[in-house]
Design a protein. Structure first.
Length: 535
């Protein structure tokens, strides 16, 4: 057993987050590899059925998704990453997107304008081999750019904790109004971000008309630009259906949305679905024998696939910070001066981090090889020996400061230049503050990709951001360049080409293009459970 190795290596736990790969991966059991499985950019070594294993399961079902998440999390993360990049086939249920002909009233079902993609990485695959950005879909008349997914698990956790904080304050306000027998008004804030106010009455009712940037249910929804989805798991299920035409059976969401008896349930990644507090989107199928799109394939996406992908995205890397020159540092200070940071809040703190590992990636001219970036991985798990042959490796759930995220996860009206048309002619006016980490890599800008550079997207701001926009325009040319220089230092990166404490490569190499020379966020397989063949 490799428990002693885990204890000895510590930060080396992330060993198997990645292998050197392209944006999308094909299955060696489905194609003739020509020896490529051992070459840079190799293939998936297990079939989809082998990756599913014994299914969803639990922490005592050997080979199940939950068993691996609890006892061999590195293997689950790597498997989720491969599922994210897997090219699915028609035989596995790929397509049609929504119904047999993908026709109908798009004003009632905007998914008719989605996909069709054959992998998650088809839309979220840049930089190479990353859960990054890319792709453009016509789910609105002006289209939508596919966002990067770096740091996605941190975003979900921040939103969930902010929601819980707001709801605790609402209940405290109700309790005070009942006790005093008079209306009580309280300002609402979470993680020092203000969301307007509420007034509670002695009969337990609440006036939410003065809330700002959040709905009356106080649920912060961080996914989709308009704030449409609560959790990564819902996002994954919806993307499989709308973009790939694959229906996922999910016992977690099916239980939480059961029309007859909805129950509170926790996903393997630790997100709590409580139907008494929130409304969740019901999966497209809650019976593994049903074939809703009539393509002859039932149970197209097994629950184990969702488990591994959710856990992978929970633990996915934060964006990197590139070279902080004096000009970039001045730009960061100027953003505060002109109050860009009143919405783009630089740092937010998670009270109980559910991840099992963290990777910090920064500019490092000495140790960085490809792109002059170097990543340092640390473990965030604790070992719990419960008598199983492989002890549980569970999140420590300590406090974690999310630095350089630059968002408040609040909805704002940025003026008519950002308003978005719907197919029925209505307008979406409010959008969640875009996290700026990674912004230096993700040109073009705006939720619709209509702004060609950072200067233009800043000048496009209006509405609640009008004063900051005007202050930016009033700066000297050199000061505006300083702000853009700082923003350009918030970057994404290709994990397979980024040297790390896990695989430092050969600093000073004259051949940084060679994967064996430039290092990566990678170690040879170091799972706790002995591997059977290629993963």
């Amino acid at each position: 057993m490799k428990l002693t190795i885990y204890r000895f290596l510590g930060t080396v736990f992330l060993l198997s987050f990645y292998t050197a790969v392209r944006a999308e991966l094909v299955d060696i059991t489905q194609v003739n590899d020509g020896g490529a499985v051992n070459a840079p950019g190799g293939l998936i070594g297990k079939s989809l059925e082998e990756q599913i294993g014994t299914g969803h399961g639990d922490e005592t079902t050997f080979g199940s998704a939950v068993y691996l998440i609890k006892r061999d999390p590195a293997r689950s993360i790597r498997r989720g990453r491969q599922l994210f990049q897997r090219k699915f086939t028609a035989g596995q249920g790929l397509g049609p997107r929504v119904n047999f002909h993908s026709t109908g009233d798009i004003t009632q079902n905007r998914a008719l304008g989605a996909g069709s993609a054959d992998s998650c990485a088809a839309c979220h695959g840049r930089p190479r081999g990353a859960a990054g950005f890319g792709g453009d879909v016509a789910t609105r008349p002006d289209s939508r750019d596919a966002p990067h997914l770096f740091g996605l698990g941190l975003i979900e956790q921040l939103a969930d904790e902010m929601t819980a904080s707001l709801r605790r304050k609402r209940q405290a306000t109700i309790d005070e109004a009942v006790r005093l027998g008079t209306p009580v008004t309280r300002r609402m804030s979470a993680k020092r971000i203000r969301f307007g106010s509420i007034t509670a009455f002695p009969d337990g009712t609440v006036d939410t008309s003065s809330l700002d940037g959040v709905d009356a249910d106080l649920r912060i929804k961080p996914f989709f630009h308009q704030g449409g989805t609560t959790s990564m798991r819902e996002f994954i299920v919806g993307a499989f259906k709308d973009e790939m035409g694959m229906q996922a059976f999910d016992p977690i969401l099916c239980a939480a949305t059961d029309p007859a008896n909805p129950v509170r349930v926790t996903s393997p990644a630790g997100f709590v679905y409580d139907p008494a507090l929130d409304t969740f989107e019901r999966p497209p199928v809650c019976d593994v024998t049903v074939d809703p799109d009539g393509d002859g394939v039932a149970n197209e996406i097994d629950a184990a696939v969702l488990d591994h992908m959710e856990f992978y995205l929970l633990n996915y890397f934060k964006p990197a910070t590139y070279r902080m020159t004096p000009r970039a540092q001045r730009g960061r200070d100027l953003m505060n001066t002109i109050r860009c940071t009143s919405c783009h809040v630089p740092d937010l703190t998670i009270r109980h981090d559910r991840r099992v590992a963290d990777v910090e990636t920064v500019y490092d001219r000495r140790n960085g090889i490809f792109n002059d970036l170097f990543a340092t991985a640390t473990t965030l798990f604790t070992v719990v020996d419960d008598g199983d042959q492989f002890p549980q490796l569970l999140p420590q759930e300590n406090q974690f400061v999310v630095r350089n995220v630059y968002t408040d996860l609040k909805r704002h009206d940025l003026g008519p230049a950002f308003h978005e048309r719907e197919y029925d002619g209505s307008l979406v006016r409010e959008f969640v503050t875009e996290p700026l980490w990674g912004v230096g890599t993700t040109v073009p800008y705006g939720h619709d990709g209509r702004s060609i550079n950072l200067d233009q997207v800043i000048r496009r701001h209006g509405g609640e951001a009008q004063r900051s926009r005007d202050a930016y325009v009033a700066l000297s040319g050199s000061d505006r360049v300083a702000i853009r220089t700082f923003l350009q230092a918030l970057v994404l990166f290709p994990p397979d080409d980024t040297a790390s404490n896990l695989n430092p490569g050969n600093p000073g190499t004259q051949n940084p293009q060679d994967p064996s020379e430039h290092g990566s966020i990678l170690l040879p397989v170091l799972f706790q459970i002995p591997s059977e063949g290629a993963e």
